[in-house]
Write a protein that binds this ligand. Structure first.
Ligand code: FE2
Length: 258
């Protein structure tokens, strides 16, 4: 039967919309409550919608009863602080699953490549219903930073790099792409990440904001890419050996699939 998918994402799997006028909005994200997530280190999240309306980052399938990444419950204490962010998540009119602001500290390109992961948004999703994709709205102005997408985790030639200026809006099938952010700023990066259910509402929103399936991709020094590939394999092996010593297999990294 298959899933209901977005026609706008059919060609490349991602689109960049017209920029939002971020400067006109209050910086609500600075006042939200943030929590850490497992072993992803210093990255923190401010949940706006969660499984049961708690300050909780966990996948909906890890709760009882489990469900797919749909029907998120708004966190009252958070949306009282950030009504503009809630309104933006609701603007497409598509169903919302998890919705949260990410706080990402500056990192290196090699870190981003090591952090590449696929999301698990559609675990327990029912065929015949809408495929869950993700919206990324950059809140801080990170003109040197980029969302990295790879269709093949280990293949730099498959890499797309989308700049993250304030107000940038990207919709991605994050279960299809390996993805992570290279954040080159000096201060944390903030972005609103929303799980949307594909369907005519999301398609209309993407069309209204001129979703581009072939946006400009940033260039970077090939030597940086080559060095990161070596570092990627070194870190994977290092991690494999560490977990092997504990009698555990820990690859791929479940801590990143958030
Ligand atoms: Fe992700």
């Amino acid at each position: 039967m298959g899933f209901i998918t977005s026609a706008a994402l059919a060609e490349t799997g991602y689109v960049v919309l017209d920029d939002h006028d971020q400067a006109a909005d209050p910086a609500e994200w600075l006042d939200l409550e943030y929590v850490g997530w497992r072993s992803s280190g210093i990255t923190r999240f401010a949940p706006l919608a969660s499984y049961a309306g708690e300050i909780d980052c966990n996948g909906f399938w890890n709760h009882t009863p489990p469900r797919t990444d749909k029907d998120g419950v708004w966190v009252e204490s958070q949306i009282a602080i950030a009504p503009t962010l809630q309104r933006r998540a609701l603007e497409p009119g598509a169903g919302v699953g998890r919705c949260r602001v990410i706080e990402l500290q500056p990192n290196e390109y090699a870190d981003a490549i090591y952090n590449l992961h696929q999301d698990d948004n559609n675990r327990l999703n029912d065929e015949g219903s809408g495929w869950v994709v993700r919206g990324f709205f950059n809140l801080s102005d990170d003109v040197e930073s980029m969302l990295i997408l790879r269709s093949d985790r280990f293949e730099p030639a498959s890499e797309i790099r989308l700049p993250l200026r304030a107000g940038s809006r990207i919709v991605v099938d994050t279960q299809r792409f390996w993805h992570a952010v290279w954040h080159r700023g000096a201060a944390p990066r903030y972005a609103l990440i929303t799980s949307w259910t594909s369907g005519p509402e999301l398609d209309a929103y993407i069309a209204a904001h001129h979703g581009d399936p072939h946006p400009p991709t940033a260039g970077i020094d090939p030597q940086i890419v080559d060095a990161a590939q070596i570092e990627l394999h070194r870190r994977i092996e290092e991690r494999r050996l560490a977990f092997e010593a504990l009698g555990t297999v820990m690859e791929p990294r479940p801590d990143l699939s958030i």
